[in-house]
Write a protein that binds this ligand. Structure first.
Ligand code: FAD
Length: 382
């Protein structure tokens, strides 16, 4: 766990090299012009980095979430935190590889392997919020088809994705249970409205209206009974890769800060000579390294199939990494003085993204609820 395999070390170096050829200026320029990071995504796809966790028989790298977390972290450390890595390869590819039918695996996994297929993920609803028990989007059987109706919010990357993996409730006897549907983003009845977000990112969030969207029987991933396990199988990879992206973003910010504090002179010496400048950076660096350790542990447990322990570790890793990233970016801005708030120095552009990392995909309060209940045996508080 503390040492990469030679292949993982090579992967880290290679992704870092790719990321550095694009960099944060490219990411920000794309965000500000309303474009996507298409060149970076397709180059990463061709090099096999987007499909590291897809089984080899479908053209992927045959690795696990450890490898995908390396990709997420290194691109973010180069200033390119790509949120779609979290929803498409981490959630959707995992769910289909683990719970899809043989035909679904055949149809979709090769596209995940080379990055040519992007799939968004839609669980959040305006009224349900953090309480997934209150989801009201439903799918009803009509002959061989399913008809889906409901509303989703904050769905990332809908404009780039060919499908959205939608969580909807289906009847199972006398109860409603979650099931997962691959809904084409071009499906009649699916309307997407862009949300205005205060995040500098080429990836956008969308409100989705599903008005009797009709999909064929084979849009249901796995089957009705596969719904809940399929949903859970995607959540730990999501948390681990979000955490890795946050840790990479934190490393990027600290690296910008270190460059600045060793060169900027206000009192005749570099400002980093003042402990008031270097200690906050050192403190943030400690938090980031601790978070990275937890990310590695969570990914190793997940890849070893130890799902319950991985759940605890993934939540803790996400909590720690999100806080460390928010601290690192805030500190990096502070040590830049006024330059910290300029676009040119490339740190304030990360404020929105790292702040959102403490809210999504699961908020720090819901993680504390989970840890209090499942690690500390406290009564359920909500
Ligand atoms: C940039 C971004 C991208 C996103 N991408 C996606 C996506 O691709 N797909 C998707 O499905 N969703 C996505 N989301 C949605 C995200 O998962 C939700 O915002 C998140 O789960 C929180 O839900 P909420 O916004 O409804 O907050 P709410 O549930 O309304 O919570 C509001 C506040 O109350 C707190 N709170 C709520 N309940 C409790 C409780 N029981 N105890 C203590 N505190 C509580 C929360 O922690 C939070 O601070 C995205 C969000 C953002 C910001």
């Amino acid at each position: 766990m503390f040492e990469h395999t030679p292949q993982q070390a090579d992967l880290r170096d290679a992704v870092a090299a790719l990321g550095s050829r694009y960099g944060h200026d490219y990411f920000v320029a794309k965000a500000k012009s309303g474009e996507h990071t298409t060149e970076l995504w397709s180059e990463a796809g061709k090099l096999g980095y987007l499909g590291v966790n897809v089984p080899e028989e479908y053209g992927g790298g045959g690795g696990g979430i450890t490898e995908l977390a390396i990709v997420c972290e290194e691109l973010a450390a180069a200033g390119c935190p790509l949120l779609l890595l979290v929803v498409s390869p981490a959630i959707a590819a995992t769910v289909i590889a683990k719970h899809g039918t043989p035909a679904q695996r055949e149809a979709y996994l090769p596209g995940f392997a080379d990055g040519s297929l992007k799939v968004a993920f839609a669980i959040t609803e305006p009224e349900a919020g953090s309480n997934a028990h209150r989801l009201t989007t439903t799918a009803q059987r009509d002959g061989d088809d399913w008809v889906i109706s409901g509303r989703k919010c904050f769905i990332s990357g809908v404009d780039e994705a060919a499908y959205v993996l939608v969580v909807a409730r289906v009847s199972a006897g006398d109860r409603l249970q979650p099931a997962l549907f691959l809904v084409p983003t071009s499906a009649p009845g699916l309307l997407a409205t862009k949300l205005d977000m205060e995040i500098v990112s080429p990836e956008n969030q969308w409100l989705l209206y599903l008005d009797e969207v009709r999909v064929p029987a084979d849009a249901l991933v796995g089957g009705v009974e596969a719904g809940l396990p399929a949903l859970f199988s995607g959540l730990n990879p999501e948390r681990i890769t979000v955490a890795a992206m946050a840790a990479g973003t934190a490393r990027y910010a600290l690296s910008r800060a270190s460059t600045y504090t060793t060169t900027r002179k206000v009192w005749g010496r570099p400002i980093g000579a003042h402990q008031g400048v270097s200690h906050p950076l050192a403190h943030a660096a400690v938090q980031v390294e601790l978070a990275r350790l937890m990310i590695a542990k969570a990914a190793a447990l997940y890849d070893a199939g130890r799902d319950v322990e991985a759940g605890v570790a993934a939540n803790m890793a996400k909590y720690a990494a999100a806080d460390a990233a928010a601290l690192a970016v805030d500190t990096a801005i502070q040590v830049h003085g006024g330059n910290g708030m300029t676009t040119e120095y490339g740190v304030a552009t990360l404020l929105g993204a790292v702040r959102a990392g403490r809210i999504a995909p699961v908020s720090r309060e819901m993680i504390l609820n989970f840890v209090a209940q499942h690690v500390l045996d406290q009564p359920k508080s909500y």
